[in-house]
Design a protein around this ligand. Structure first.
Ligand SMILES: *Cc1c(COP(=O)(O)O)cnc(C)c1O
Length: 353
């Protein structure tokens, strides 16, 4: 608290990112980063940008990157917006599209940044409970709404929503923006991108941080009808004209162009996820069906707090929330095969002890 703060600052309750502690030999399965590293071509593209040209501002419109993403997804560059990580893209979406007289709807259990943005931008929100299986029930969204936002697959559950349900939401609210946050979609859910052609109220938000292993680069993007993209651009150009530096733009292009590496690393992570779920099930854990690069799991005989503490003693970090309904769940990122074996060994010892 400070007498120098604005009234707004006093009202904020900022997002708390997963910790990044410096423990030697730490196995960090708490922030859904990729264990496999970015495409070597993306790294080479960054190195190639380390020249005297860095004295020049980057392209404020990221034209080449937007063209590359448009071609990749079968869209027009006017349907593509890019920003400094998808968190920034989401922030612009909240400011540009999600504030209306009627409330913004999102699930009671979801990405914890959404309520933070609501405070920052003064948006009234209404949370809609997931069902007992932690699934989104789209029928519950048939109510007055200024806008809707959902991750697909949802975070931190990893549970995916079928495209037919997203279409139901879009049709039920033709005059409200519907934002689908596809941070984890590449790990096994169906993308809503094909629905952009028929629904001008749809915005699909994507990131390079998870499936493309570039969390440190800060690149996110959004896809939608040109008019919804224009709204984001108006906010961006009222905030920061140059959200992506030259290395970020070049590296993101190289990542998209390296489809072989992308597919290979996704397959490896999905295979390790299968192994991890089998191992957890053998130990008596109950794991939600995951379409992401993490699992959401609990043990009927052990509290989430005790399990997380026992893992931490063994230098393995996972994420847990002290929140209603999910306090006994651990969200565990899919790491390398070796990390997964160490995780399962540590849990075996914990449960036996
Ligand atoms: C990780 C994550 C993001 C943010 O990713 P950026 O690193 O900012 O691109 C957005 N939404 C969800 C649901 C996430 O889990």
């Amino acid at each position: 608290m400070s007498r120098l703060w604005s009234d707004l600052t006093h009202t904020l309750s900022p997002y708390v990112p997963g910790e990044q502690p410096r423990i030697p030999g730490l196995i960090k399965l708490s922030t859904n980063e990729s264990p496999l590293g970015p495409s070597p071509k993306a790294l080479a593209a960054i190195a190639a940008q380390a020249t005297d040209d860095l004295r020049l501002y980057p392209d404020p419109e990221a034209t080449e990157l937007r063209k590359t993403l448009a071609a990749y997804h079968g869209l027009d560059p006017a349907q593509v917006f890019v920003g400094n990580g998808s968190d920034e893209v989401l922030a612009h979406a909240f400011a540009a599209l999600l504030k209306h007289d009627a409330p913004l709807l999102f699930p009671d259990i979801t990405y914890s940044f959404y309520p933070v943005y609501c405070r920052l931008f003064g948006i009234e929100a209404e949370t809609i409970p997931l069902d007992e299986a932690f699934q989104v029930r789209v029928a519950d969204y048939r109510r007055r709404a200024g806008a809707i936002i959902l991750p697909n697959p949802n975070a931190p559950t990893g549970v995916a929503l079928p495209l037919s349900d997203i279409e139901t939401l879009l049709k039920g609210h033709p005059d409200a923006p519907v934002v689908i946050d596809e941070a984890y979609v590449d790990f096994g859910a169906d993308t809503a991108i094909p629905l952009i052609a028929s629904h001008d109220n749809l915005l699909v938000v994507r990131t390079f941080s998870k499936s493309r292993a570039l969390a440190g680069l800060r690149v996110g993007y959004a896809l939608g009808h040109p008019s919804i993209i224009q709204a984001l651009t108006r906010v961006k150009d009222s905030f920061n004209s140059y959200p992506l530096g030259r290395p970020a733009q070049a590296s993101a292009i190289a990542s998209v162009q390296d489809e072989g590496y992308f597919r290979e690393t996704l397959a490896a992570i999905i295979a390790t996820r299968t192994r991890m779920v089998e191992g957890l099930t053998a130990l008596g854990f109950e794991t939600l069906p995951s379409s992401a690069n993490f699992v959401f799991t609990r043990h009927p005989q052990h509290s989430g707090a005790a399990l997380a503490a026992a893992l931490r003693e063994r230098a393995i970090l996972v994420r847990r929330w002290d929140a209603p309904r999910i306090g006994d769940y651990l969200r565990i990122t899919v790491g390398t095969e070796a990390q997964t074996e160490k995780l399962l060994t540590a849990l075996t010892e914990t449960i036996a002890g």
